[in-house]
Design a protein around this ligand. Structure first.
Ligand SMILES: Nc1ncnc2c1ncn2[C@@H]1O[C@H](COP(=O)(O)OP(=O)(O)OP(=O)(O)O)[C@@H](O)[C@H]1O
Ligand SMILES: [Mg+2]
Length: 433
């Protein structure tokens, strides 16, 4: 580069720049630099830089030597004495433009920046970093607030549901127990009456006409045959209602925050009973078959209501998926009837796993990473809030120190795996924070 070329270039450089050689001779200088020296450029050209500096000459030379050997900017500090005698401390950056040749010394460029300005920039940079820090903190706080809000909404929804369930369960419980309690004596009385009729028939095989007619009218033979069956089916019915009430009670223990030993199978069954009406809805398509493959599990310590919540969320997702699939692919379903398999087992000595597997539509690759995100849903507006899995994830990982993940193949089905450590000691809880 020639001094003329530098001058051309330096005209567009906003920062003070000097073109010089490694002996320190100024070859060209741009306007911002000459104003730092408070001298016109022609009075600087051809002079040694160190003439205008208060720094030790040797040090200046050393610095210029270093710059003349480096393609990367070498940072240094130069102190200018202006023509008016003022001292200006500058931060400098220098690098070689043309290396040393046989007869000519290396040529380099120096960029100067007033220290106070450099300091200002540093302060500005610091301020920016602090602002960014606050922004990051605010973002984190916002995230935490959103998470808490989601949990509160879900808790509120579920505790309202829990209260309704508990209320209904309580109201049904009394009359059902009354019926159930009276059924046994009713069965006994009926049995006695039947025996008595038999005795009568034995001793009076030929009753008067009026009795004969009455026997025919009421179809005594059928009554004798049917009454036992009828009382038995009432008994089965009340037994089922009692089961349902019990499940509603188990399920409605939502706001129990304490940890309890629970039977995971009982919890799964109670969720299934509550969802029973959804397993048998769609009129044109087969019911959903539930295949239980329960292993031997000890009772484990859990937040009971919350674990129920997880089972409900995952089972209802499976039911939603199967029902939606059935509506669209009735023919296919006829050859591949809808199923939910539930498998439980102990593994690694002190962990349990619960697998809930459906043979529904499966999940597309691109949405798999979003499944556990709050508010992620593929369901129509009003059908899904997209909170089920995110809440379940929180309950399993944060509250029970466990794991939950999903394995799904499009067109074949979906499996959700929940793994929970049996012992409380290896759990950690965010709620303790
Ligand atoms: N068994 C499954 N088969 C297919 N897709 C599933 C299954 N389980 C979950 N998904 C997908 O994951 C999405 C998120 O589920 P999540 O339970 O979090 O929300 P949601 O069911 O849409 O709404 P919400 O549970 O809040 O009412 C669902 O919208 C669905 O697309
Ligand atoms: Mg859901």
């Amino acid at each position: 580069m020639t001094p003329e070329q530098f001058s051309e270039l330096a005209r567009v450089l906003p920062e003070p720049s000097i073109f010089l050689n490694s002996t320190g001779e100024i070859l060209a200088i741009n306007k911002p630099a000459s104003s730092l020296f408070e001298l016109p450029s022609k009075e600087l050209k051809g002079k040694k830089l160190s003439e205008f500096l208060t720094d030790n000459k040797k040090n200046v030379m050393k610095y210029l030597q270093a710059c003349s050997k480096s393609r990367k900017m070498v940072i240094g500090s130069l102190t200018i004495r202006t023509s008016a005698g003022d001292i200006v401390v500058c931060r400098s950056e220098g690098a070689v433009i043309q290396p040393k040749q046989l007869k000519s010394p290396a040529q380099l460029i120096l960029r100067l920046e007033k220290k106070s300005k450099a300091n200002n920039n540093f302060i500005l940079l610091n301020q920016k970093i602090q602002e960014l820090n606050t922004q990051v903190k605010l973002k984190l706080t916002l995230q935490e607030l959103q998470e808490t809000q989601i949990q509160l909404v879900q808790k509120e929804k579920l505790s309202a549901l829990g209260k309704v369930a508990a209320g209904i369960a309580h109201e049904i419980n009394n009359p059902v127990n009354f019926i159930h309690g009276n059924l046994k004596p009713a069965q006994e009385y009926a049995q006695h009456l039947l025996e008595l009729i038999q005795l009568y028939q034995q001793y009076y095989p030929d009753p008067p006409q009026e009795i004969k007619e009455e026997i025919e009218e009421i179809d005594l033979e059928f009554i004798i045959e049917d009454i036992t069956k009828l009382l038995q089916s009432i008994s089965i019915g009340t037994e089922r209602i009692r089961e349902l009430v019990k499940s509603m009670r188990t399920f409605s223990r939502l706001d129990e925050t304490e940890i309890k030993y629970i039977d995971i199978h009982e919890a799964l069954d109670s969720s299934l009973i509550i969802l029973n009406h959804r397993l048998n809805t769609t009129p044109n398509s087969p019911n959903i078959e539930v295949i239980k493959n329960y292993g031997q599990l000890p009772k484990i310590q859990c937040y009971c209501g919350q674990i129920n919540q997880v089972f409900m969320n995952i089972l209802s997702n499976a039911i939603d998926a199967l029902n939606e699939y059935q509506e669209k692919n009735i023919r296919e379903i006829q050859t591949n009837s809808p199923q939910i398999k539930i498998q439980t087992e102990v593994f690694n000595l002190d962990w349990i796993s619960i697998r809930i597997i459906d043979n529904g539509p499966g999940i597309k690759e691109e949405i798999k990473p979003k499944l556990f995100d709050p508010f992620f849903t593929t369901k129509e507006v009003g059908k899904g809030t997209g909170l089920g899995l995110s809440i379940s994830h929180d309950i399993i990982t944060e509250k029970h120190g466990g794991k939950i993940f999903c394995d799904s193949t499009l067109g074949y089905g979906t499996e959700f795996v929940i793994q929970i450590p049996m012992k409380l000691a290896i759990r950690y809880s965010r709620s303790k924070k």
